[in-house]
Design a protein around this ligand. Sequence first.
Ligand SMILES: [Zn+2]
Length: 749
Amino acid sequence: MASTPPQTAKQSSFKQSISKSQTSTSKLGEMLRKEGQITKEQLDEAVALSKKAGTTLVRALTALDVIEPENIVSFASRQLNLPVISISELMINPETISLVQYDLAKQHMVFPVRVAAKVLTLAMADPTNTDAIEEVHNATQLSIKSVITTEKDIVEAYKKYYKISPEEYQSFFKKIGEESEETGVEIKEIDDIGSLVSEAAEDVEAGDEEEIKDELSADAAPIIKLVNGILTKAIKLKVSDIHIEPYEKSFRVRYRLDGALYVSLNLPLQIKNALVSRLKILASLNIAERRVPQDGRIKLRLGKKQAVDFRVSCLPTLFGESMVLRILDKSNLNVDLGKLGFSPENFAKFNKAIKNPFGLVLVTGPTGSGKTTTLYSAVNALNNVDNKILTAEDPVEFNFAGINQVLVRNEVGMTFAAALKAFLRQDPEIILVGEIRDAETAEIAIKAAMTGHLVFSTLHTNDCPSTVGRIIDIGIPGYMVSSALTMILSQRLMRRICAECKEADPAWDVERDRKKLIEMGFFEDDLKDLKIMKGKGCPACQGKGYKGRVAAYELMEVNESIKQAITAQLPEDQLRKVAMKEGMRTLRQDALSKVRAGITTLDEALKHTVHVKEALPQYLLTPDELTFENGDMIIKEGNTDTTFYQLIQGSLVIKKAGAVVAEISQPGEYFGEMSALMNKPRNATIISKGKSRVKAFPGDKLRETLENYPEIAYKVITSCLFRLNSADRKLAEMAKKLAALQVKPVAGA
Ligand SMILES: [Zn+2]
């Protein structure tokens, strides 16, 4: 919290009083220790750090990653029986603000919220700070009523109400005291990799293999410097993976940046073994074992500020061991929901679904579409002391404080399904299952979601409607899917245009390419002021024109209409239409909106999404939905109308000449199609058995429906055959009975 203003008398007294308030008048740390929230060592360390950095204990505890700020707040609230507030949700009267000077507020991390009946409600990050209460009381001559909030909330309020400068605001977020929690190998940045490569090559040529092995643990060895160079360069460029690959005649290092691979270095073949060995030592792998795949982890410290983890995978190939290092840089993991790139509508829907206390939330897309980041962000947003969160992951990519993460290991029987079963006995609020691959996992996940748990998972499906089909195909009945699911999010990652060299893309002329653009999915209205942009290429993006990535989303909120559609097991196309009517924007539409906003290129949008053409005509999209009570007649034998129907819920009986001949009870089943097809009067009466819901479709369109939509034709035929089959069975039974009746008199005679 050391600040930018010049050193004044006030400024120096400020530092003094911070340390004084931490040591003498704040009981919070001691309370946290006594209640077992933190250890004595952690407290001592935090107190020392807060003194050294001239900051509050709360900040020091947070900086040391000992406890989450939200957890401090809820702990203090419970212990002191004080309410928790969120200043950002309140309207603050300017007169209230003027009662407490910014310097005083900042000194104690407090904020005046309200004055009523000579009582000032004071938001405090540390309500045990009695100095703060005393000084604010002296300054205002008001009684003080404390309420609790996070320091972040208070800082945001400073920005909004005291209008502090951006520099001042930033000073609250300056990192403090990283040196206290450092483990792993520390390395420095390297400028000239080229000279390191030749040095390493010379070194390897000169020494024999045994010598080199010894050298691999000495810091000075050129090969070590080279490995460090490869790793630091990757971190600096913010690549996601490093691929180190030996071939017959070459040995190369490739980086994956924003999803695309490119060659970073071509290395001399002779250093192959030494380089791989060094990496294996760093990852604690067996360097003598070169025939089987191995997995490990490297923890690296870059200067004093940054710690980076690498997940290392080593694979024996024809020409040596190929290594892939996935960079797990926490600062790169965007776990802020607000920054994922949702449209405001989708953001609201997403938030609603994850704030639901129960239900199944699915995130879908191919590998590398950013599903994990979305899920982690959601779980992170829900991570507080009130929730028990359990995750089953394969692999565990990031560790979160306060979340119980389980590594799935199929080889020892710790499958997703096994983990899930065990989770349910652990009484969690929130469960994350890395992936639903089989019926067993799907079934437990759905049951958990239906019994009061919030369940997150992923599926490898292309879009929202096909996800529903996939779960039903796995073997979960439609009615269960519809009652458990609350939201499906499908996503893709597209490269983001470099902000430094963005320009209009000369390849496109909106007027000239009008027709083409519409075919791609743009609406007429979109074209009016459409500017298609691209990155020209500049040093900031290494000439690529792209920097970073942005997601395209398709979000299907499972509301009443969607639930009905899922229960009725509507075909994918039809479900998509219903969802679009309910406000779902397809992946392509969302991608195009990001083209329109100049965030990504048209090429990227076209590459990662497909345009879903209008699949169904209006009459199939918006059938009339009808509700019938017990005994209501839906179709009357002999009538000449031709409307055909689909059963949504309930069951129906078919009567011929007054006798029941069959029953219809399968949701999704079609009936009443005969009259339309054969142009004959109704040959049976259909009556609602109990309450039922059906959809009515115009009979004069049945023929073209069957001709154009094989999926529906198939369902109609299945429905017919099903009824025919059951009628046949009845006939057989009757014939049997009849035979018995006829036989008896003969026997008796
Ligand atoms: Zn650029």
